[in-house]
Design a protein around this ligand. Structure first.
Ligand code: GAL
Length: 368
């Protein structure tokens, strides 16, 4: 954590220097021979629509940042695969044919897309893996510290179980999609905190993160373990947490066990407020999406110092080693942290969260 925190601080400092032109003044970013002016086209491929973050935050933030960085001359060519890996392959091939200058790729299937990454590179188009690592010769990677996401989820779940937690307490794990490298990191991070402290009675990997599949998996777990024998549920994200809650309530559970999530989706923030969901993970989409736009634009403009300042970390993929990267910090979103996360960062307003049904819960949490 400290290592990443230091690198984040360093890169942020360098970036701000670059931002105010100091680096340029010392023969910085502009020194590299710019290969492109402000008329850049960024291809943006996002994975799905079930999770609201992509169309609500990632796409508009990246689009606005590209415009800001290019004096409104740059543009974003956007496609959402709606969780269909074959469709994403078609979308990427179209962007290559359209000769976009750089691609930001959030892969539905990190392994299956490798061939298209190779085609993009062969066409001279850099590919930056966004949020999810992709196989093939990518130029850089930006995401959240996904191992830390899992650790934070698990630590918060154990806090919810309290000092009386026993290693025989049965937990159900509803993990993310097996084609998403993030899902494996979330799971491994969580297990590094849970192993030996509780019993993982049932564990599922959920195709394409689909909430309706998560609901079926939870129903299966309830049938297997017994609705009153489940101490807590680890759900890897908020969308699936909704399916978990539906299954528990359909089985007649009236007092929900602690349930985790991530993404700070609006429905989930409300569930955290009322106690239906114990926590989510706050991931600052502006921090990730703005940095991704900066990486893409500096890459195609040949501003190597700014690009290097943004990629102080390095990661390995199954096909490539030592990939320049940036990993953004995350934090637990529990009831007492709504104000200083999603509200403080203007992700939501109090009015967004506190609709009529939630007025009492908001007042109790000091949200007004
Ligand atoms: C992951 C992403 C998370 C999660 C999931 C569902 O790759 O990092 O934000 O919500 O996809 O889209």
């Amino acid at each position: 954590m400290r290592r990443i925190a230091i690198s984040v601080v360093t890169s942020t400092m360098i970036l701000s220097l670059a931002g105010c032109g100091v680096l340029d003044g010392v023969g910085g970013g502009a020194s590299a021979s710019p290969t492109k002016g402000d008329d850049v086209t960024v291809g943006l491929l996002l994975p799905e629509k079930a999770n609201t973050r992509y169309d609500k935050f990632d796409y508009p933030i990246i689009k606005n940042q590209v415009a800001q960085l290019t004096d409104k001359k740059g543009r974003v060519e956007y496609a959402n695969a709606d969780a269909n890996a074959a469709r994403q392959g078609d979308q990427m091939r179209k962007m290559i044919a359209d000769r976009v200058d750089v691609i930001l790729l959030d892969a539905v299937d990190a392994h299956a897309i490798a061939g298209e990454v190779r085609k993009a590179k062969a066409a001279g188009i850099p590919v930056i893996a966004y949020d999810r690592l992709a196989e093939g010769p990518i130029d850089a990677y930006i995401s959240f510290d996904n191992d830390l996401v899992g650790e934070v989820q698990a630590r918060t779940l154990l806090e919810a179980l309290g000092s009386g937690v026993d290693s025989s307490d049965k937990i159900v794990m509803i993990n993310g999609s097996p084609t998403d490298p993030n899902a494996r990191q979330f799971k491994e991070g969580a297990l590094s905190e849970l192993n030996g402290k509780v019993t993982i009675a049932k564990s599922y990997d959920t195709k394409d993160w689909k909430p309706e599949i998560a609901q079926q998996e939870m129903a299966d777990a309830i049938a297997s373990i017994g609705k009153d024998n489940i101490a807590a549920v680890y759900s890897a994200n908020d969308g699936m947490a909704g399916g978990v809650i539906n299954a528990l309530e359909a089985a007649g559970v009236t007092k929900l066990p602690p349930i985790t999530g991530q993404d700070a989706e609006l429905d989930a923030v409300r569930r955290v407020l009322t106690g239906e969901q114990y926590m989510s993970v706050y991931k600052s989409y502006p921090d990730e999406a703005e940095a991704a736009a900066q990486m893409a634009v500096t890459k195609v403009q040949g501003k190597d110092i700014q690009f290097d300042a943004l990629t102080q970390d390095h990661v390995n993929s199954p096909t490539d080693k030592n990939i320049p990267a940036k990993l953004v910090q995350v934090s637990a979103l529990t009831k007492d942290r709504i104000k200083d996360t999603v509200i403080a960062d203007d992700i939501y307003t109090v009015a967004d969260i506190c609709t009529a049904k939630y007025h009492a819960a908001c007042a109790a949490a000091g949200l007004k």
